[in-house]
Write a protein that binds this ligand. Structure first.
Ligand SMILES: Cc1cc2nc3c(=O)[nH]c(=O)nc-3n(C[C@H](O)[C@H](O)[C@H](O)COP(=O)(O)OP(=O)(O)OC[C@H]3O[C@@H](n4cnc5c(N)ncnc54)[C@H](O)[C@@H]3O)c2cc1C
Length: 324
């Protein structure tokens, strides 16, 4: 690791001040810093100003409205999410996804906003400056070629956030605040499948909060596969939300992470209205296979990640279907 580059830090006291500070070229937000600072110490980025979002009033709030809607400020820590009794009771898949991120000391500082907006990762990118220079750099940073898909004109770095897929299957929306005001989008629309440009936030925009509707009959779960169970990014992660009506699937949502440049919803609408049986499981596995694009972006083998993704996806629906 290098020493950190020189930058100024601003600690705005209001969201408007933060947005104004971020509109300036060379400015970037920082929250817990658990993703950004290790990257800067590897020479991945040269911000002139870091705008610290952790002093914004109400930014870390977690509230449940009278109609049962959950609103989580982007500055809420993952530890707070994982330990909040209302979230554990009403949206356990979210609490589970949060507690599976990194290690306890990371989660004490890491925020929801930082988790969702974390950078994409790749074996050719998350390396020291001298390692990357020896390799001629890469398309994501300082270079002009992708070492994963040679001849590609886009970067295939992978999104490995745990919390996004859980929020996607829960039907969450992202509240975004920027120079043009406030807007809300479905959580999936915060992302695009491009390793070097995977967020749809415009210059100066910050993720302000996430709004999650009441569970209303949906049961959901999130699971991930990682090399070190104590602390590691997902090599593959799957979230599922299921509504069961007797022997019929009344609703099904599936989202994956760790496989593509964005967390992705898997199209599974064809399964709604049918039973959960071997044929349905085969259709699900086929849909997950088609949606995912596992490439050599991690040290773990591609075949292993593909197979384990399909296996945990199916197992998660099995478990939810049988009430486990
Ligand atoms: C050893 C290690 C293991 C890890 N394991 C995991 C893991 O298992 N799963 C996982 O998901 N992550 C993991 N991480 C990554 C990281 O710790 C988490 O994703 C964490 O939640 C990031 O949150 P943060 O507040 O620290 O983000 P920061 O580092 O402060 O920010 C991350 C990025 O988001 C941007 N950002 C922050 N807040 C906002 C906002 N409100 N609006 C717009 N942009 C914003 C920043 O500019 C930066 O680009 C790991 C990191 C390490 C070092």
């Amino acid at each position: 690791m290098n020493i950190l580059p020189d930058f100024r830090t601003l600690r705005p006291a209001s969201l408007n001040e933060a947005v104004a500070a971020l509109a300036v070229d060379g400015a970037e937000p920082i929250a817990g810093g658990t993703d950004l600072l290790p990257n800067l110490r590897r020479g991945l980025g040269r911000p002139q100003v870091l705008v610290d979002l952790t002093a914004l009033p109400g930014f870390a709030g977690i509230a449940v409205a009278a109609d049962g809607t959950l609103r989580i400020g982007a500055g809420a820590t993952l530890e707070a999410l994982a330990e909040d009794a209302r979230i554990i009771a009403g949206w356990p898949a979210l609490a589970r996804a949060a507690v599976l991120v990194a290690g306890p000391s990371h989660r004490a500082a890491a925020t929801l906003g930082g988790n969702l907006c974390q950078d994409t990762r790749c074996v050719f990118y998350n390396q020291s400056e001298w390692w990357r220079s020896g390799n001629g750099y890469c398309l994501k940073h300082d270079g002009d070629k992708c070492h994963v898909v040679v001849k590609s004109d886009r970067c295939y770095a992978t999104y490995h956030g745990d919390v996004a897929p859980a929020l996607m299957v829960l039907g969450a929306e992202a509240e975004i605040v920027g120079p043009k005001g406030k807007r809300s989008v479905a959580l999936a629309a915060l992302f695009r499948e491009s390793g070097a440009d995977h967020l749809t936030l415009d210059k100066g925009e910050v993720l302000a909060a996430v709004v999650v509707p009441p569970a209303a009959g949906w049961r959901a779960a999130y699971t991930k596969v990682r090399i070190r169970d104590a602390i590691d990014f997902p090599l593959a992660g799957v979230a599922v939300a299921l509504k069961r009506d007797g022997d019929t699937i009344a609703g099904l949502r599936v989202a994956i992470t760790g496989t593509n440049s964005a967390p992705l919803a898997v199209p599974v609408e064809a399964l709604v209205g049918g039973a959960w049986d071997e044929a349905a499981a085969a259709t699900l596995v086929q849909a997950v296979r088609k949606t995912s694009n596992v490439l050599k972006t991690t040290l773990a083998g591609v075949k292993y990640r593909r197979r384990v993704l399909l296996a945990v996806g199916r197992r998660l629906v099995d478990d939810l279907w049988s009430g486990r």
